[in-house]
Write a protein that binds this ligand. Structure first.
Ligand code: GP9
Ligand code: MN
Length: 660
């Protein structure tokens, strides 16, 4: 530093301190102004559509600043100014780190992310490209703050008269500081609590229980509030984890999973086990794609002509169920790739990404496969960046890996998405596992006119009509994908399968009944809601046909591992293979609400939890049966859900593997 600068800076800092000392509390005021400006700047930079900062968010921002700083009022002026300056620097670093992380991952840094070294590491490599000149605004105040802190740290203390504890002035000053800090604290709490409470009572109901994206939380809590909540969430789940599992429950769950493994072990004698060893695996998850559209026509036009055509060369499982809960797409992903039940609240991807799981990509990687996930949306959504690196995917191609040359709905149209995914797939070392997640048939299902080619007749202009239209578009995209896989010579070198992730959230039954041309019974409605199509193509179109046997998303990983001859007997998975010489006897599909079906009966537990209100229906005729007929299955369903929850929430797979 130039010699002349030192005294100038010292004098400036001393003048600033003098001013702060005289105009009580202006330091705190300045802290709020500077930090608030940085929070606004953050919001402008991330610029998430429909999420820009409004007055409420400014209040929440100020409130969180008050909550992190109120205690500084207990300190004497000199210490307070130093601490506030340091607090400014620490918060600036956090907010700026979030900004860089967002630019790369479209997400905020959370504690589970920090425990995933790989993820932060991949940011390190491209950090240069994430900086912009305007970022300087975050640090402009440091030009004054750094000299101020240095000056305060090294300034010689003036000798002070000894403080006497009976001195009324000292007592008065302490009381003043305490009450002032309490006022700031209470104001902060109100500024945060009132808008957050209002939001969660209205449009953001359930957000904290089932949050789907950290940015959605940010939209309500602001960036500082988000980190506060993240620490609370992490602490709560960690503390809960270590304290409350009785040892016998831990071993019961282990034994239960052992029995599931033994069922799969027995099936290793099945001729299909290992028949397709070394083949690539291409698995496609389609958004909100329900089963009831397959084979249907509207005004003489097929809704899913390409899928209908595939019936001739693939296996079609017509009684296949989605097993999702509040975690929607991420639950389907968990079920399909990890073979565990979703939790009753929230998404496992968000709540427990740091826990250990046995996943399909991980098992395939151990067997020499290259593994990649493809999804043309923000990588932070459903915490996929973090979860996919924990699941050991070699690569995750999110929105930034795709050219948005066919804008549709939330992002890129499935047609271009599938084609660009194949381009990327062709660069993978074989054998590979490619997991593709489509998005075009996402609620509210409106797609641009250029993509509409179905005459939806009387449903035109309704959400049901839009749904059919988007499903028709996705069917065409899938048809092109199959053609392309054939052209590229991948079709007969791969196990290709696709299924729907969950229902379409349309709760009006009238259009369904009109479309299907009949009134629907309770069981028919349930099946429409819960069934998604599953198509599996194995090389040469082996075993093609329509299968009645029941199955669910949890069976997908065991099915694929079975065909590839990879044992899943020692894996903590629930499902069983569906593609076997003979269907597994007594097979049950358990849904998150405790329902189950085995293809003979359908059990529906009562919402009021009174066993006398439970329903046990005949699967074929929907006729009510004695509830005792379903009793054993209902107990089984409860066990499956309880053990699955226990393993997920308490990270038991890690625990079991650690045991001698
Ligand atoms: C976005 C997609 C949509 O990435 O997964 O999720 P959903 O709203 O269906 O859970
Ligand atoms: Mn979905």
């Amino acid at each position: 530093m130039a010699g002349w600068l030192q005294p100038v800076m010292r004098r400036a800092a001393s003048a600033a301190l003098g001013m702060i000392d005289r105009t009580k509390g202006i330091d705190l005021f300045l802290f709020y102004v500077l930090m608030m400006a940085k929070l606004v700047l953050f919001d402008r930079f991330v610029d998430v559509p429909n999420m820009s900062m409004d007055v409420d968010d400014v209040f929440v921002g100020l409130g969180t600043l008050a909550l992190v700083s109120f205690w500084t009022l207990w300190l004497p002026v000199r210490a307070r100014v130093t601490v506030l300056a340091l607090l400014n620097m620490v918060l600036t670093i956090i907010v700026y780190a979030d900004l860089l992380y967002f630019r790369y991952f479209q997400d905020l840094i959370s504690i589970p992310v920090l425990t995933q070294a790989g993820q932060v590491g991949s940011l390190g490599e491209s950090i240069g490209s994430l900086l912009t000149p305007a970022d300087i605004w975050y640090f402009i105040d440091w030009v004054c703050l750094i000299p101020l802190v240095l000056y305060l740290a090294f300034r010689k203390r003036k000798a002070r008269a000894q403080v006497s504890f009976v001195k009324p002035k000292w007592v008065r000053r302490s009381l003043m500081r305490m009450s002032l800090s309490m006022i700031v604290f209470a104001t902060g709490l109100t500024l945060v609590f009132v808008p957050v409470n209002m939001a969660t009572r209205t449009w953001a109901a359930g957000l904290f229980a089932s949050n789907w994206w950290n940015m959605s939380l940010y939209n309500i809590t602001g960036v500082i509030g988000f980190h506060g909540y993240d620490i609370y969430r992490f602490g709560k789940e960690r503390l809960f984890m270590d304290k409350t599992v009785p040892a016998e429950q831990v071993s019961e769950a282990e034994q239960w999973f052992g029995e599931r493994g033994a069922v799969r072990k027995q099936l290793e004698d099945d001729p299909m086990f290992g028949k397709y060893k070394g083949m690539n695996v291409i698995m496609v998850q389609l958004e909100a794609f329900q089963n009831f559209v397959i084979g249907q026509k509207i005004n003489g036009q097929e809704v899913t002509p390409n899928m209908n055509k595939l019936l001739g060369e693939s296996m079609y499982f017509k009684n296949f169920y989605h097993q999702t809960s509040q975690g929607r797409t991420s639950d389907a992903d968990l079920a399909a790739n990890i073979s565990l039940q979703p939790l009753p609240t929230g998404s496992v991807f968000i709540r427990y990404p740091q826990h250990q799981y046995d996943s399909m990509p991980s098992a395939l990687k151990d067997n020499g496969y290259t593994t990649a996930a493809y999804h043309a949306y923000d990588g932070g959504f459903w915490n996929r960046n973090t979860m996919y690196s924990a699941m050991r995917y070699d690569a995750f191609y999110s929105k930034k890996s795709f050219k948005i040359d066919e804008p549709l709905g939330w992002s890129l149209g499935d047609n271009s998405f599938f084609q660009q995914s194949v381009d990327l797939m062709l660069k993978q070392k074989q054998p590979f596992y490619s997991y593709l997640i489509g998005l075009s048939s996402h609620h509210p299902y409106t797609i641009p006119e250029r993509a509409q080619s179905l005459d939806t007749g009387e449903f035109t202009g309704t959400i049901f009509g839009d749904y059919l239209q988007s499903v028709h578009y996705v069917d065409a995209s899938l048809g092109h994908l199959v053609e392309r896989l054939k052209e590229e010579g991948l079709w007969d070198k791969s196990i290709f399968l696709f299924y729907g992730d969950h229902d379409n959230s349309i709760r009006e039954w009238e259009p369904f009944e009109k479309f299907l041309g009949k009134p629907l019974s309770e069981l028919e409605r349930l099946n429409i809601l819960k069934q998604v199509p599953l198509f599996v193509h194995i090389p040469n179109g082996d075993r093609s046909g329509v299968y009645e046997q029941v199955g669910g998303q949890l069976d997908l990983t065991p099915t694929i591992l079975h065909l590839l001859g990879i044992s899943s007997a020692d894996k903590y998975m629930i499902g069983t293979p569906l593609v076997t010489e003979k269907p597994l006897e007594g097979k049950k599909v358990v849904l998150r609400n405790g329902s189950f079906t085995d293809g003979q009966v359908f059990y529906i537990p009562s919402e009021d939890l009174l066993p006398e209100h439970d329903k046990c229906l005949d699967f074929a005729s929907a006729a009510p049966l004695e509830t005792t007929v379903c009793q054993a299955g209902a107990d089984y369903a409860r066990d499956e859900l309880t053990h699955s929850d226990l393993v997920i929430e308490h990270n038991l797979i890690k625990h079991y593997r650690k045991q001698p």
